[in-house]
Design a protein around this ligand. Structure first.
Ligand SMILES: NC(=O)c1ccc[n+]([C@@H]2O[C@H](COP(=O)([O-])OP(=O)(O)OC[C@H]3O[C@@H](n4cnc5c(N)ncnc54)[C@H](OP(=O)(O)O)[C@@H]3O)[C@@H](O)[C@H]2O)c1
Length: 327
């Protein structure tokens, strides 16, 4: 957990080709490139200041730059290499970027989603990603497909209904409410029971993240299905954090504001410029990119958050804490 050079960090440095290249840039000029036999760094002028040898200037720049890149990568490492996670809703959007990023950090990822084609392209891009096609709304199917899975270090419940609105609260249909609650609330309990039980039985500590929303905390027009489902998901987080805590399994939610994914882009194009509404209410005056949701999830999966559990982790550029952004 410290920022010092641990074996895992060294592996991480060597695992990235860019780091190896920078390391060579830092070392090669010093060892090979100097054909002149005066191996001095430079010479002092009568005035006292040091004039660097022209070639040594390059050494110096390469060494400093290479070292900086390496240190930056050490600090960015969440030490997740070798961990195993299940990601639901991994075919598109946040789940897809999360799966790829975890894989790039050396994790084995079980990517679960509804549509086989998106899973195929995801797996083709990365050999560390194993795909599972399933509809999380189907309780029994999900159990069958996850039954034989190995013991994991955690999971990310990300699948959610993202297209459209559920409609006015007085008119919303049971079918619409079922869609939200089966995809979010029920499926999340199902996956945590399956994966969580295996972790408890194997005495494996770990981390579970539920992808909720700022809309679990505030009402929004014509959105009762989405909002109440996310509010229920936040309570799932707290309840499982309570019951899995003694087994050293942490459970947290990430609650993003509007994120720039495909369904949001379609909604902005076809229904309402809702992005402007969010931007106006946000002190940082923008909506996040997908990576800006993925990295807080990585933090919650990593040991950097080893004592964080039962929280709703809002990622919104300050929106929820501001009553207004201007007078
Ligand atoms: N985007 C936002 O503004 C925003 C803001 C706050 C919270 N969130 C939450 O973040 C999560 C991801 O959102 P996103 O914008 O990345 O969504 P997205 O781009 O629509 O991707 C959702 C993924 O989940 C899969 N999925 C949906 N229903 C499923 C089901 N029944 N069974 C299996 N897989 C299913 C989809 O599969 P298909 O490819 O088959 O559709 C898709 O791969 C959701 O829980 C959402 O509520 C999003």
């Amino acid at each position: 957990m410290s920022h010092m050079l641990q074996p895992l960090n060294v592996c991480f440095i060597l695992y990235k080709p860019a780091n190896v290249f920078m390391l060579l840039l830092a070392i090669v000029p010093e060892t090979c490139l100097h054909v002149d036999n005066s191996r001095k760094w430079g010479h002092f002028h009568d005035s006292g200041h040091l004039q660097l040898h022209p070639l040594r200037r390059f050494d110096f720049i390469f060494a400093v730059f290479g070292f900086k890149v390496i240190v930056a990568n050490i600090n960015m490492s969440f030490n997740l290499a070798g961990k195993k996670f299940l990601v639901t809703g991994a075919g598109r959007g946040i789940g897809r970027v999360l799966s790829k990023t975890l894989s790039e950090h050396g994790c084995k990822v079980y990517a679960l989603s509804r549509t086989q084609e998106t899973l195929d392209t995801l797996a083709a891009e990365n050999s560390n990603i194993h795909t599972i096609q399933a509809d999380v709304r189907n309780w029994g199917e999900l159990r069958n497909k996850l039954d034989g899975i190995e013991v994991l270090d955690g999971l990310i419940n990300n699948a959610g209904v993202t297209e459209g609105l559920s409609g006015p609260a007085l008119d919303v249909s049971k079918a619409s409410l079922d869609k939200y609650f089966e995809t979010g609330f029920l499926a999340s309990i199902n996956t945590i029971q399956i994966i969580g039980k295996k972790m408890v039985d194997a005495k494996r500590s770990g981390s579970i993240v539920n992808v909720s929303s700022v809309l679990s905390l505030q009402s929004f027009p014509q959105n009762i299905g989405y909002n109440t489902n996310k509010a229920a998901l936040d309570m799932i987080t707290k309840q499982f954090a309570l019951e899995l805590g003694p087994h050293q399994i942490r459970v947290n939610s990430v609650n993003p504001t509007l994120v720039d994914t495909e369904p949001v882009q379609n909604f902005v194009k076809d229904v309402s410029p809702v992005d402007k509404l969010f931007i106006e209410k946000t002190p940082m005056a923008r909506i996040p990119e997908v990576n800006e949701i993925v990295y807080p999830i990585l933090y919650l999966l990593s040991d950097f958050s080893s004592m964080v559990s039962g929280t709703t982790h809002i990622v919104d550029g300050g929106m929820m804490s501001a009553f207004a952004t201007k007078l």
